[in-house]
Design a protein around this ligand. Structure first.
Ligand SMILES: Nc1nc2c(ncn2[C@@H]2O[C@H](COP(=O)(O)OP(=O)(O)OP(=O)(O)O)[C@@H](O)[C@H]2O)c(=O)[nH]1
Length: 696
């Protein structure tokens, strides 16, 4: 396993590709080789077996031919014995003897057994007359003609059918027969003739035949020598054969699978063919035997060939073995390929898994490095307990979760306590003032008590399937310092249904907020007096005008103040003292103002006060009280005090006016009247009703 894992992936892939093919080819070659060897051995065995079988059957067939011929010769010897025991064998005796032999039953294939009597020319006529007297008036020696010796067939059993044609036929006349008879006479042995055509065959059909003849000598005289045998010869017992009848049934089963050809003599020639069991040359067959057998002084050449059916059964075995071996070889090769392939697949899967693991580890390491060293504060959190709590019956059926949580701050606090801080990177720990110890961190370092509403909004968003949620809030550092922050919650892909992996980025925005506040302050505050500046006051005036549009029963007034003879103070005491006077007046204004009132410095030595819910009369009272206090409160400076008075113009805001400018214009007009009226006084728009005058 380790070897596989330590292997380079490319090498492993090549091995996996080659391995199954090489192994299966190896198995295939080995099995085919084994099959070839087994087939070769089986074929050789089959060949040996078939050759042995053939040799056995062929020898058996040769033996059967020889044995049958010997049997027939024995029969002839029996007939010869009949003559030896009697000086004269008459026709009835001859017939009786052969009928006892039951030739048709015991000696199939024999055409008959007969007797040829040797008749010199001088005795021919007496012979013919004698036979005619036996009841054959038409008897004659055939063919006719004058010859020295005749050997007519006198007896022939069975004496019927085609055998009748041979009755009287002169065997001495025809050379083949004569040579056979002479040889039998001279040797005293059974003699087999050359191939001949039997006299019985009168139908013109060419059938190979032969004779076997045995000499019959004069019983009274010795016939030990050749001369004596020639002197004492009386006739021949003989048997004519049709070769095909002789061979019929001789081979039995073998005949069907063996082709047998028999030739007369030593040569294999068509003219000398005596028997041909099947068409075609036996010598041309794959398996053949060439033998010569000698029967009764005659040589036959025997050709035996194995017919097409001979090898079939034995030849099937190697073929079946070969096919089975080939099929088994391919089967084993396929099986090997499948096994090797699955093993290679498993190895490839293992390597792939290793690769993925390495990639995952590298990815995790990169993520860990990025996470740890990111300049952004990152928190790894587990919100699964919150997720589980949301599924609880108490919250599961709630239609409006946001509203539900808003009304139950204690539940929100409980949920917040269930968020688990899994980790915090360096920036996060630094932000929370935790140093290297992250164990003390809690959700308060993300959402403090004041920020729990923001936490509740986050809970609602995540519960509704949001993957990203951003908000502002506040947190406490571990040293107790309260800070403001900006949070972004990201539910990691694949963890939406468990919320067990949430990455939170936090940004400490306390400084930014402070600077923003300062900028706002700068933009809205008069730097010298600390009162709202002109822009801020106008915005407030606009809001109040809008409020009056909505609230028809309400009212509002505006006081416009201007320091009297301020130029003189500046000129007399210096600009810095002038500034101090301005701050002094602003402080007096602030000191007595109501919370709902808005004070402002429009510019220079000119101030305004917006009095919501105050009509002209009430505004007049307030203005007069202010004027008096300013007039009664000089500014103490080094070396004395500086008296300060203000003139005040009052105007009421009117709902009918389109904008807020009108009230300022009218207040300014009233102020102008107050200046013109001698300063240090209060005038209302149309100011006659109040008729207030300077009290100093
Ligand atoms: N020290 C100081 N002086 C200012 C400031 N703004 C405007 N002034 C001065 O205020 C003076 C205003 O003078 P005027 O417009 O003539 O008004 P006044 O002298 O008060 O006369 P009346 O308004 O008619 O009573 C000028 O001398 C300006 O320079 C400021 O912020 N600080």
């Amino acid at each position: 396993m380790n070897k596989i894992r330590s292997m380079p992936p490319a090498v492993g892939a090549i091995q996996d590709w080659l391995g199954p093919r090489f192994l299966s080819c190896l198995i295939l070659c080995a099995c085919l080789g084994f099959t070839y060897g087994a087939w070769r051995g089986a074929a050789d065995d089959a060949e040996r077996q078939m050759q042995g079988d053939f040799d056995f059957r062929a020898r058996e067939l040769l033996g059967a031919i020889a044995a049958r011929m010997q049997t027939y010769i024995q029969v002839l010897y029996g007939v010869q014995g009949l003559y030896a025991s009697s000086d004269f064998v008459d026709r009835a005796e001859f017939r009786h003897y052969l009928s006892l032999q039951q030739m048709a039953q015991h000696f199939p294939g024999i055409q008959g057994i007969g007797y040829m009597r040797l008749v010199p020319r001088a005795q021919r006529d007496a012979h013919v007359a004698m036979v005619r007297r036996e009841g054959f008036p038409d008897y004659a020696v055939k063919p006719g003609g004058e010859r020295e010796l005749y050997a007519p067939v006198v007896y022939l059993e069975p004496f019927d059918g085609s055998n009748l044609r041979a009755f009287g036929y002169d065997g001495w006349y025809e050379p083949v027969r004569r040579a056979t008879l002479e040889r039998a006479r001279d040797t005293g042995q059974a003699t087999l003739s050359a191939r001949l055509r039997l006299v019985q065959d009168g139908d013109g059909r060419e059938r190979a035949g032969f004779l076997v003849a045995l000499p019959v000598y004069d019983n009274q005289r010795a016939h030990a020598t050749l001369a004596q045998r020639r002197e004492t010869i009386r006739g021949w017992v003989y048997a004519p054969f049709h070769m095909e009848d002789l061979m019929a049934g001789l081979g039995g089963v073998a005949e069907r699978v063996l082709d047998l050809e028999i030739y007369d003599g030593d040569a294999v020639a068509a003219a000398r063919r005596m028997y041909d069991g099947q068409p075609g040359a036996a010598a041309g067959l794959a398996r053949s035997m060439h033998r010569q057998i000698d029967i009764a002084g005659r040589r036959w050449t025997v050709l035996i060939g194995a017919g097409p059916g001979f090898d079939r059964s034995a030849g099937d075995k190697p073929r079946i073995l070969a096919w089975a071996g080939v099929l088994l070889s391919f089967g084993l090769a396929v099986l090997t390929w499948l096994l090797a392939r699955s093993r290679a697949d498993a190895r490839a899967a293992l390597r792939q898994a290793d690769l993925l693991t390495a990639q995952r580890r590298a990815g995790e390491a990169r993520f860990r490095s990025l996470y740890d060293n990111a300049p952004v504060a990152l928190w790894q959190q587990d919100w699964s307990a919150v997720h589980a709590a949301l599924a609880a019956p108490e919250l599961a059926g709630v239609a409006d979760l946001a509203d539900h949580l808003r009304l139950r701050p204690e539940l929100v606090a409980r949920l917040a306590a269930q968020v688990r801080i899994v980790g915090a990177n360096g920036a996060a720990r630094a932000q929370a003032g935790a140093g290297d110890a992250a164990a003390a961190l809690s959700l308060a370092q993300n959402f403090d008590a004041a920020a729990l509403p923001a936490f509740a909004r986050a809970v609602v968003a995540l519960a509704q399937g949001a993957q990203l949620f951003a908000c502002e809030g506040s947190f406490v550092r571990l040293d107790g310092v309260a800070r403001q922050n900006e949070l972004t919650l990201l539910v990691m892909p694949g963890h939406e249904h468990s919320l067990d992996f949430v990455i939170v980025t936090t940004l400490d925005i306390t400084e930014r907020k402070r600077m923003n506040d300062e900028l706002v302050l700068l933009a809205t505050t008069d730097f010298l007096t600390g009162l709202p500046n002109r822009r801020q006051f106008m915005a407030r005036l606009d809001d109040e005008h809008a409020r009056l549009q909505r609230d028809i029963d309400s009212c509002a007034s505006v006081l416009m103040l201007d320091l009297d003879h301020f130029k003189t103070i500046n000129d007399g005491h210096g600009h810095a003292v002038g500034d101090a006077v301005l701050r002094h007046v602003a402080a007096l204004m602030l000191d007595g103002h109501r919370k709902v009132d808005t004070l402002g410095r429009l510019g220079g030595e000119e101030f305004v006060i917006l009095l919501p819910g105050t009509d002209l009369a009430a505004a007049g009272v307030l203005a007069e009280r202010l004027r008096q206090r300013i007039a009664a409160t000089p500014l103490e400076v080094a070396g004395g005090s500086i008296a300060v008075t203000v003139s005040i113009g009052i105007a009421a805001m009117r709902r009918v006016e389109a904008g807020y400018d009108g009230v300022l214009v009218r207040a300014d007009k009233a102020l102008y009247c107050a200046k013109k009226g001698g300063r240090n006084r209060v005038e209302t728009e149309g100011g006659a009703e109040l008729g207030l005058a300077a009290s100093s």
